[in-house]
Design a protein around this ligand. Structure first.
Ligand code: A2P
Length: 344
């Protein structure tokens, strides 16, 4: 066992629970583990593997002696407490959007830009879930044939809205099937047997919503390519925990579906699920609980006569690769390479 002191902020949330599960399943070695949440959860018992832990309240002193803190309690908590944790010499791996576009904060997907994590100044940002799920399979292609433009349509699960949104989907579906009424409380519209434009705020000038703009900005930062052009339409669908995305991708040079399949075969974090004969392609039920992003429906985009465009469909677990798993992989990278500047 190592002597690393680990803190999970938001341990009782949808992503927090996955952090605990992954720490145990991946045999992440630690000396101590503190679970933090809001006042209403103080004293709650939770398990990490077969060890029991008690949830404590988050406060300014929570990070004394800590080496790594996983934050997943929303942007305002991260904004307030991540700098406090970093000042204590603790490396923060933040799942919120609070610091993602800060030029002093690396935005890291370990399969793509692991080197960026090692240049942290105390805070490392985990990208947006839809961004991660699209970019893991697009990166190997980008290295072979530079991507010029991406058009994405997302089908996003309830889990992106946290545990309360997942519960709302279950409650609303049950009420609908029983002929009853369910008033939306967490998401803005009825969720059962429905779908709607992502609940993030809409920018009044561009008319893109914040989720869509995150995909645009974060892709440029992670790929370190300010010229890549992206348009996204993000939609919330009645699925519990895995996102899907239809991606139309324009490359610099002509490209074929068989090249794409070859370049994606055996890539870390990617699994091909692409069987046109059986009409069998990535599905959120099959992506749920999986580490890999499932990729299929790989075909020439026939709207581009220059043969430089590919259409594909991907699905990835929002709580795992879209959040907690990516965070744990960043922590594993740090442990392997030394915790870096902030950690004393
Ligand atoms: P709690 O369960 O006590 O409310 P989710 O993303 O699933 O909505 O989870 C959000 C997480 O953030 C939960 O663990 C929640 O704890 C935690 N959280 C929310 N508000 C605070 C707060 N003010 N201080 C600490 N943790 C908070």
């Amino acid at each position: 066992m190592s002597n690393l002191n680990i803190v999970v902020v938001g341990a009782t949330g949808a992503v927090g629970v996955e952090f605990l599960d992954l720490l145990a399943r991946r045999h992440f070695s630690f000396g101590s583990l503190r679970l933090l949440a809001s006042a209403k959860s103080i004293g709650r018992k939770m398990k990490c593997g077969n060890r029991d832990f008690t949830v404590e309240a988050l406060d300014e002193n929570s990070f004394r002696g800590a080496h790594i803190a996983f934050f997943s309690a929303g942007g305002s908590i991260s904004k307030k407490y991540a700098p406090i944790a970093a000042k204590c010499g603790c490396v923060v791996i933040d799942n919120s959007s609070a610091f993602r576009m800060d030029p002093n904060v690396p935005l890291v997907i370990p399969e793509i830009n692991p080197e960026a994590a090692l240049e942290h100044r105390g805070i490392i940002a985990n990208p947006n879930c839809s961004t991660i799920i699209a970019l893991v399979p697009l990166w190997p292609l980008h290295r072979h044939n530079r991507i010029r433009r991406i058009i994405a349509a997302t089908y996003q699960a309830a889990s992106g809205g946290g545990a309360a949104a997942m519960q709302e989907l279950l409650d609303a579906t049950k009420a609908y099937l029983e002929g009853g009424d369910h008033k939306p409380q967490v998401l803005p519209h009825p969720y059962a047997f429905n779908l709607f434009s992502h609940n993030a705020a809409v920018d009044p000038v561009s008319l893109y919503n914040e989720e869509e703009l995150k995909m645009v900005r974060e892709t440029k930062k992670i790929f370190n390519d300010p010229d890549i052009r992206i348009s996204a339409t993000c939609v919330r669908v009645p699925v519990l925990r895995a996102h899907c995305e239809a991606l139309n991708v324009e490359f610099t040079s002509p490209i074929s579906p068989s090249e794409v399949r070859n370049w994606l075969t055996d890539q870390p974090g990617v699994r091909l699920v692409d069987d046109p004969h059986r009409n069998y392609f990535p599905m959120p039920r099959e992506a749920s609980g999986q580490n890999d992003v499932l990729v299929g429906r790989i075909r020439q985009d026939i709207s581009d006569p220059s043969n430089r465009s590919i259409a594909m469909f991907v699905s990835g677990d929002q709580l795992l690769k879209g959040a907690a798993l990516n965070g744990i992989q960043i922590a594993e990278l740090l442990v392997k390479n030394g915790l870096g500047a902030a950690a004393a």
